[in-house]
Design a binder for this molecule. Structure first.
Ligand code: PMP
Ligand code: GLU
Length: 399
């Protein structure tokens, strides 16, 4: 066998997607799996968006589009930013990609040199550190604590910023912990970024999924200086239940977007034409569908939070956004299952899937050992069943 590249062999595959594959395989074997693993809305893409996709096919809009996306979609995205985030972008400052994942990767590819440091608040979304490594950068983690609602602080970022710091990745509302950063914190973080001169990649994919009266604010909205250093990431996957359509987008300074576009032109050309037309429709309406989805997620959030905290030895922080909850396993690890001590969240997650058919992601994937992440983008009935099995499993563990 010939060698693989050292870059490729150093990359760990996405654990969230790996668990989803495993859970799906068990389902195919006929097992009754409760899936708290991968994070994707369980709702169907709203009808009006599906219709727009079908129309695009029937009208023959099935050819290459401009690399950064159709002009009409980019204009629609610019309107969205102005209306919802108070941010003014020209179409030349917007790039449409195959999913927000590709937008983030391409943004990193456009700004990170070998050895550059990228600050990542931890716990983090599974792909950030690997993406940074894939472009030759060095992830530097900024720890946050459950006791502080997982909020990253400007002081912590300042303390870890060096002359090698090229960027900070922010994700509010957060995957995996549902933290929503307050405006005051974002303003302070913006000041540090401007003072220390590093980019901010602000992943705002969950912006519409906020609860308890929380408001999403984009860090780029705190003035021209920070806007000129920020790449805002967003997309259709979460807000419009469109994960499979693969549409994400980035907005930022023209030179960064131009470099990202050049990179994408060789790596992927344009995002799917049909999906781009469907996203144009998505952004043109659907607030009603969205509020129904948000209300359902909110009810599930409260339910799962209560069920987890009622279960023996388990506890969880009440998330304020997105559709994930982190469950603290510190009262469980070290206890024995069938005589064998369960020492890590990874071991716990494996047993839970193999024996109870409940899929969760171990916190190790997010830099949060001692926790598991549950996606509650599933029905209340499945949530009850899954937590019932988990509580019974934990209840049987011996000290
Ligand atoms: N950022 C975060 C924080 C996510 O959770 C996800 C979901 N996978 C993405 C980006 C990527 O989304 P997309 O499906 O649009 O690539
Ligand atoms: N955002 C989802 C998750 O974290 C999708 C999986 C992925 O893209 O890795 O589970």
């Amino acid at each position: 066998m010939l060698d693989l590249s050292s870059k490729a062999t150093g990359i760990a595959p996405s654990q969230t997607l790996a668990i989803d594959t495993r859970a799906k395989a068990l389902k195919e074997e006929g097992k009754d799996v409760v899936g708290f693993g991968v994070g994707e809305p369980d709702f169907d893409t709203p009808q009006y968006i599906r219709e727009a996709g079908k129309r695009a096919i029937d009208e023959g809009k099935t050819r290459y589009t401009p690399v950064p996306g159709t002009l009409t979609l980019r204009k629609k995205i610019a309107e969205k930013f102005l209306k919802e985030n108070g941010l003014s972008y020209k179409p030349s400052e917007i790039l449409v990609s195959s999913g927000a994942k590709q937008s983030i990767f391409t943004a990193l590819a456009a700004i990170v040199n070998d050895g550059d440091e990228v600050l990542i608040p931890s716990p983090y979304w599974v792909s950030y550190p690997e993406m940074v490594r894939m472009v030759g950068g060095v992830p530097v983690f900024v720890p946050t604590r459950q006791e502080d609602d997982f909020r990253v602080t400007a002081e912590a970022v300042r303390a870890l910023a060096t002359e090698r710091t090229k960027a900070l990745i922010l994700n509010s509302p957060s995957n995996p912990n549902g933290c929503v950063l307050p405006g005051g914190t974002l303003r302070e973080l913006a000041q540090v970024a401007v003072e220390k001169r590093f980019y901010v990649i602000s992943d705002e994919i969950y912006e519409k999924l906020v609860y308890d009266g929380e408001k999403h604010v984009s860090i780029a909205s705190f003035g021209d200086e920070i806007k000129a250093q920020t790449v805002v990431i967003n997309g259709a996957s979460k807000a419009y239940a469109m994960t499979g359509w693969r549409i994400g987008y980035a907005a930022g300074p023209a030179n960064v977007i131009k470099a990202m576009s050049a990179y994408q032109s060789h790596a992927a050309s344009n995002a799917c034409s049909i999906s781009q037309y469907a996203t144009e429709a998505a952004l043109s309406g659907g607030e009603e569908e969205l509020s129904k989805m948000v209300a359902a997620f909110d009810a599930r959030r409260k339910l799962i939070h209560k069920l987890v905290n009622d279960a023996p030895r388990l506890s969880a922080f009440l998330p304020k956004g997105a559709f994930y909850i982190m469950v603290d396993l510190r009262g469980v690890l070290g206890k024995r299952h069938r005589g064998v001590a369960v020492e890590s969240a990874e071991a716990f997650a494996e047993l839970l899937l193999d024996e109870e058919f409940v899929a969760v992601v171990p916190g190790e994937a997010f830099g949060a050992p001692g926790f598991i992440r549950l996606s509650y983008a599933t029905s209340e009935e499945r949530i009850r069943e899954g937590i019932r099995r988990m509580a019974a499993f934990v209840g049987k563990m011996e000290s």
